[in-house]
Write a protein that binds this ligand. Sequence first.
Ligand SMILES: Nc1ncnc2c1ncn2[C@@H]1O[C@H](COP(=O)(O)OP(=O)(O)OP(=O)(O)O)[C@@H](O)[C@H]1O
Ligand SMILES: [Mg+2]
Length: 143
Amino acid sequence: MKDYIETDSPQETEQAGAYLADCLRAYRGDELWFVCLYGDLGAGKTAFVRGFAGALSPDSRVKSPTYTIVHEYRAGAVPVFHFDLYRLEDCADGLEEIGFDEYVSGGHCIVEWSEHLPALPADVITVHIRKTGESSRQIEMEY
Ligand SMILES: Nc1ncnc2c1ncn2[C@@H]1O[C@H](COP(=O)(O)OP(=O)(O)OP(=O)(O)O)[C@@H](O)[C@H]1O
Ligand SMILES: [Mg+2]
């Protein structure tokens, strides 16, 4: 399935994230999901995660991971793991150190800067966010 959504505010991008969570529940509800987010700095990836995690783990407070590679939201039925791999290049063996494989097999993963991963799991869900104006974004979701 492919969906395109145009948003005009960070809140609308959050809603797009919640929408994807609903779609995945409906279409891939019996699986663990691995969502790769693509988009430049400031595109709105973290905003998207805020809505996505909020729909799955009600008390999640999504922040832009600064030096934290992964945030865990565990209030829902299945844990949600939010990765920001922007700085992964700086920490050699970082993935092994944090036990990346255990995260992948232990919950839904949503990943900023997945370009830095050496390999992707099978059947990833992709989201591209493109800046089309100061406050407008085009979001393409494939799942
Ligand atoms: N339609 C929109 N959707 C999302 N963010 C928007 C939108 N319009 C403006 N913004 C602004 O763009 C910025 C998006 O920031 P955000 O942290 O979500 O980006 P990011 O893709 O995660 O960046 P980074 O690669 O640095 O992690 C915020 O400052 C937000 O207010
Ligand atoms: Mg971010």
